[in-house]
Design a protein around this ligand. Structure first.
Ligand code: ADP
Ligand code: MG
Length: 367
């Protein structure tokens, strides 16, 4: 798929900008703090329905304005897809999503119209950071392919919050204990759905990413990515999850939160059988993240039958020549959006369209 039109209004430091990107490699070059990341943030918003930088949608609205709007037209094998997102300041939690100008009621309906892989410097946290960084990777990957995954996740989080509230109430009023059963059932049901999606996807990611890593490292680095879950290693994840919830019940009531479940899942990343979090060098960490992104692209290609868009925010300068070339060789057939402060960061990458970004203005220049 590719994006052929992108318009933003009152988004971050932009008043109104509209571009028709090239089908190939689009570069956004400019000094720091000019709006490069802001611009691609708007594109990512149309892919996953949220910013990669903040949970607070109101931050995306231009200061002093009452709304922000992003409008994207993308071309897929099955034709044109038209997506618009409006964020309103007055209505803090209200995000209006329109597909072909028709408002949809669920964020999940946004998924799949524009789908992409984003790679930014913060992704390095996937190796050294906590489990939530790795869960975000798998959640974003799966949500863009399967709306049913996204809905299960949304509903799990809601149920989890309700269960946690109830745990705190039970601590003060034991007669409420029997009502816990219902929330356990719901948690187990949604948790099992999420578990099976994640298990299958991580196995696939492991197969692709380890092959990439082996090639990039010239046969040196054996990468392995393993799913770690509270409900794992059992024929029947529902049974396993129920047993855990029961076992932890009294502790959970005392602490006021649910200590077991897919909200604690992780991926164990190892390089040459050693924990990457502890032992991977800077270069190996970068390679692993690159391989995870390449694997995500491959999964989309397999399942959706076409290429995702690729968004590279400030990562070219972070990669050494070898890794940069690996990436550049892969983006031949993929519509790519690259931000950089200097064209020399791109190495020998082909450019089809170059945009100069300055103080919230985007000017198209010759490539
Ligand atoms: N809601 C907003 N309204 C207006 N300006 C904003 C808003 N949010 C961020 N900015 C400004 O955007 C600029 C940062 O843009 P960014 O895209 O991150 O820069 P870069 O070009 O380095 O990627 C900063 O100057 C910041 O003050
Ligand atoms: Mg930036």
């Amino acid at each position: 798929m590719w994006v052929k039109y992108l318009e933003i209004n009152q988004f971050r430091n932009y008043e109104k900008e509209c571009i028709k990107p090239a089908k190939g490699i689009n570069v956004f070059v400019g000094e720091n703090a000019q709006g490069k990341t802001n611009f691609i943030e708007s594109l990512n918003l149309c892919c996953v329905g949220r910013s990669h930088r903040t949970k607070r949608d109101e931050e995306l609205i231009r200061w002093g304005e009452s709304f922000a709007r992003v409008h994207v037209k993308a071309e897929q094998e099955d034709g044109e897809h038209d997506v618009a997102i409006v964020l309103k300041k007055a209505d803090k939690n209200k995000k209006i999503i329109k597909i072909w100008d028709k408002q949809v009621s669920k964020i999940g309906e946004l998924m799949g119209h524009v789908f992409g892989v984003m790679f930014c410097p913060e992704d390095m946290q996937m190796i050294k950071g906590g489990p939530s960084e790795r869960r975000r990777y798998i959640d974003m990957l799966l949500s863009q392919i399967y709306p049913s995954y996204f809905y299960a996740l949304q509903s799990y989080v809601k149920t989890l919050n309700q269960r946690n509230n109830l745990l705190r109430q039970i601590d003060m009023n034991r007669s409420l204990l029997p009502t816990l059963e219902m929330w356990d059932d719901m948690l187990i049901e949604k948790g099992a759905v999420i578990y099976s999606y994640r298990k299958k996807a991580i196995e696939e990611i492991n197969a692709i990413a380890s092959e990439e890593q082996l090639r990039i490292s010239g046969g040196h680095d054996l990468l392995s990515i393993q799913y770690l879950s509270d409900v794992e290693k059992d024929e029947d994840p529902e049974k396993k999850y129920r047993a855990k919830l029961l076992k932890n019940r009294e502790d959970d009531i005392r602490r006021g939160f649910t200590s077991a479940g897919i909200h604690r899942d992780d991926m164990h990343i190892r390089i040459n059988q050693k924990d990457a979090k502890v032992y991977a060098s800077q270069g190996q960490q970068r390679s692993i993240v690159l391989c995870l992104k390449l694997a995500q692209m491959e999964v989309y290609r397999k399942i959706k039958g076409e290429n995702p868009i690729l968004i590279l925010d400030d990562v070219m300068s972070e990669l050494d020549v070898n890794r940069r070339n690996e990436l550049v060789n892969r983006i031949d057939q993929i519509q790519t959006f690259i931000t950089c402060t200097d064209m020399s960061d791109l190495g020998n990458a082909r450019t089809d369209q170059v945009y100069q970004v300055s103080e919230g203005k985007i000017i198209s220049t010759a490539s």
